[in-house]
Design a protein around this ligand. Structure first.
Ligand SMILES: Nc1ncnc2c1ncn2[C@@H]1O[C@H](COP(=O)(O)OP(=O)(O)OP(=O)(O)O)[C@@H](O)[C@H]1O
Length: 361
């Protein structure tokens, strides 16, 4: 099973510029989580802080009892081995074949024989759909293949936590869905804990078990996907619908005069872009046929049912609807009556935004 990551009160600044403050969330073991946020809100800084490449000034990030923020260099080195990281461009060495790129961490960090390394490299290349491409150089393959090669390399040390930075950058929507499928397949096979940072709305709607969003230097929300996907919080709604209408502007945040002027323009008929409300919660992508059942998804069901009563009504309804009749009977829930479900909404302002406590997740 993947490791749990418990983050509390994390605050990161560069000089006098605060990037985000007081971020508290738990990545449940073996579940897939996505962190959304407009450009420049510090998503990449968040990933780098999780692996100890950057040092937040306050707060803790605890993995298997080790606080990454304050531990010794030796502990940090050991704990980093639990991570596999897929950077935006795959971060491959341009002069090495895919085989050597994927073999690199094994040669650097283990004493395995070349025969054993060969077995592992070919297995990971096969797992990521790159069988037969082992002799290619990164410059000879497409962006999508480079990302898959980066993932193969991230997998060779059997990580318990996989961090992915903007997997969709440079990919078309179809290739983005293919790589999303791969994440779910890898998760099914490895039970590793995933955190994917992205602004891709399709991916956010359909891939993760949990969704979070950074905005205005804070974590606006983090919780089961159904909570964000049914949220009435303006910033979350605006982002998930990709519209100009709302608090997010060209350079992150709008002032109230700009919001009012734009509102008048949209009310007068100017299209705010993006899509209109998407009703309901889209079905979550599943591992491909033939893959094992996701153990993280099974544990999540139990976990979410335990906190169900603490969630907003629309999220509760979404969760209950996603259960089969047998599961509804198992958890002792009835489908919600129509008047409290689908069309109900919970308005959350910044101060009271749903934020499950550490124990909840
Ligand atoms: N090493 C650094 N020194 C100083 N400032 C930095 C450093 N790294 C990042 N920043 C600043 O932190 C802010 C957040 O950057 P980050 O790359 O994490 O944003 P992001 O949310 O990942 O954006 P995008 O979605 O555009 O990739 C930016 O203002 C950036 O300039």
């Amino acid at each position: 099973m993947g490791a749990e990551v418990v983050i509390e009160g994390l605050t990161k600044s560069f000089g006098r510029q605060t990037i985000w403050r007081d971020v508290t969330l738990t990545l449940p073991p073996g579940e897939v989580s996505v962190m959304l946020g407009p450009s420049g809100t510090g998503k990449s800084v968040f990933l780098k802080s999780m692996i100890g490449l950057l040092k937040p000034e306050r707060g803790t990030c605890v993995i298997n009892g080790v606080d990454i923020v304050r531990c010794s260099e030796h502990k940090l080195y050991e704990t980093r081995k639990l991570f596999g990281v897929l950077f935006q461009d795959g971060a491959l060495f341009g002069s090495m074949t895919l085989y050597d790129n994927v073999a690199f961490p094994l040669r650097e960090h283990t004493k395995k024989s070349e025969t054993e390394i060969r077995r592992i490299v070919l297995e990971k290349l096969e797992m990521t759909g790159l069988a037969g491409a082992d002799k290619k150089l990164p410059g000879e393959i497409s962006g999508g293949m480079r990302k898959r090669a980066g993932l193969a390399r991230a997998l060779v040390l059997d990580p318990e936590i996989i961090l992915v930075d903007e997997p969709d950058s440079g990919l078309d929507p179809v290739r983005t869905t293919y790589i999303s499928q791969l994440f779910l397949d890898v998760n099914a096979q490895s039970d590793a804990t995933f955190l994917i940072v992205t602004h891709n709305i399709n991916l956010a709607r359909t891939v993760p078990d949990n969704l979070g969003m950074l905005f205005r230097k804070e974590l606006v929300m983090f919780g089961p996907r159904e909570v964000l996907l049914t949220s009435e919080e303006p910033v979350v709604k605006q982002f998930l619908n990709g519209r100009m209408d709302g608090p997010i502007g060209m350079s992150e945040e709008k002032d109230s005069a700009t919001i009012a002027a734009e509102r008048a323009m949209f009310e007068a008929g100017h299209h705010a872009g993006g899509v209109e409300e998407i009703e309901g919660i889209p079905a979550q992508m599943q591992p491909a046929p033939g893959m094992p059942t996701r153990q993280g998804a099974i544990r999540r069901k139990d976990r979410v049912m335990q906190i169900l009563h603490t969630l907003p009504p629309a999220a509760q309804e979404g969760i209950i609807e996603s259960l089969s009749p047998a599961e509804q009977a198992h958890y002792g829930v009835d489908p919600l009556p129509a008047d409290i479900g689908r069309h109900s909404s919970t308005t959350l302002d910044g101060a009271t935004a749903y934020q499950p406590s550490r124990g909840d997740l």
